[in-house]
Write a protein of this length. Structure first.
Length: 252
């Protein structure tokens, strides 16, 4: 074989093997877990943690839904980030269906978000996640609903938000985002622009388990860090409370 053809074949084989390696990586939803994190998930315990950079999120773009979620978060360029990881063994299709149905009902009950307990680090006491949740409309979407609400959470003014969930036989997606600015009441500070706070959840079946991934992110203006110690615990504390609630519902 001439040298040129041999080099071309070797290069082609290298490209093929590299592509196969990338595809293998993409097939793993959480490819960069530490041994400690992997052990935690194998025990059925949730991981809920702060992430300083959205590029360090644990979810890989292994399928189209994961890619869409990650692209949405990247576009937001958040400075407050919390993620959820959970693995749930399922023995059969019926159990998987039951869990997805239960989770869809939990997410659909937006009025129930009010009673989720939220621990305020600053006040060292427990509050309701929201103290106001007025449903403005509900509309069906493919496999779920779109729900617009007027809600309130201290220490911010009322603002409208949109929650959407959708499910099929093997997966469920959920998102929540603010439609209006989120104003820090005590300083009349526009802390978050419309669309600047996103809660996302992706639950999917793979290899006899349900993978649960969530991300709560905010692109907040905290006056160049001056109000971060007040705003970040309030935003991220609610994300933690919500994800703990979701994890608890799955394990019931």
């Amino acid at each position: 074989m001439p040298d040129a053809r041999r080099l071309c074949l070797i290069a082609l084989m290298g490209i093929t093997l590299a592509a196969a390696g990338v595809e293998t990586l993409k097939s793993k939803p959480f490819p960069s877990l530490s041994k400690a994190d992997a052990a935690t998930l194998e025990r059925g315990e949730p991981i809920i943690r702060s992430v300083r950079d959205f590029r360090a999120l644990s979810l890989a773009p292994f399928d189209s839904r994961a890619s869409v979620l990650l692209a949405r978060l990247a576009k937001l360029k958040p400075n407050y980030i919390t993620e959820l990881l959970l693995l749930v063994p399922v023995n059969n299709v019926d159990q998987q269906t039951d869990i997805l149905n239960k989770l869809a009902l939990t997410l659909a009950d937006v009025s129930g978000y009010v009673k989720i307990p939220y621990w305020s680090v600053r006040q060292q006491t427990t509050y309701d996640l929201f103290d106001k949740m007025e449903i403005q409309y509900r509309a069906p979407i493919d496999g779920g609903e779109s729900i617009r609400v007027l809600q309130h959470m201290e220490p911010f003014d009322d603002f409208t938000a949109l929650y959407e969930y959708s499910r099929d036989k093997n997966a469920l997606t959920f998102s929540g985002t603010n439609l209006q600015p989120i104003i820090y009441s005590y300083r009349n500070l526009k802390a978050v622009a419309p669309g600047g706070m996103v809660w996302g959840l992706y639950v999917f079946a793979q290899e006899g388990r349900l993978y649960v991934y969530g991300a709560g992110v905010v692109n907040a203006f905290d006056l160049f860090g001056l109000f971060r110690d007040r705003l970040e615990p309030s935003f991220m504390g609610r994300v933690v409370a919500f994800f703990k609630h979701i994890s608890g519902q799955i394990h019931q």
